[in-house]
Design a protein around this ligand. Sequence first.
Ligand SMILES: C[S@@+](CC[C@H](N)C(=O)[O-])C[C@H]1O[C@@H](n2cnc3c(N)ncnc32)[C@H](O)[C@@H]1O
Length: 159
Amino acid sequence: MNISIICVGKLKEKYLKQGIDEYAKRLSAYAKVEILEVLDEKAPEELSDNEVELVKQKEGERILAKIAPDAYVIALAIDGKMRSSEEFAKQIDQLATYGRSKIAFIIGGSLGLSKQVMQRADEALSFSKMTFPHQLMRLILLEQIYRAFRINRGEPYHK
Ligand SMILES: C[S@@+](CC[C@H](N)C(=O)[O-])C[C@H]1O[C@@H](n2cnc3c(N)ncnc32)[C@H](O)[C@@H]1O
């Protein structure tokens, strides 16, 4: 299985980088994983609604350019569908069974994802109603993908 995680901006925090590298290494036993970073759009703190849309659109174009045409796209979004870890594991297993071996997960920048990216997505996945920083989201997502493979293989994992 080929898994791409497409995210906005360069990872800055060392402690997150260490965690992400660790889970990427663990996951490499189960799947080919690549983390693709796209440039974030520099923007001031105060933005009008139009300016917010413009930032999301520009970042969105860069994200769309990274998605393989045959990838099953899962966009991470607060208002997306919530799943248990077991349901998520089953979904990954089913995608593989039906020949969808390329999955692209998309994590938005600090302002979120553009309409165009959401339209390309096959589904929107929520990790809760809370807002997580996008860089931390990478680590949480990698851990859940790793957990999913462990569940699917019937291997022990911390409950
Ligand atoms: C700081 S959040 C963006 C917040 C923005 N106001 C929004 O509503 O999308 C950055 C990115 O992290 C991801 N994210 C943050 N919290 C999430 C959650 N609870 N579930 C799923 N994705 C989340 C999403 O991809 C989001 O675009």
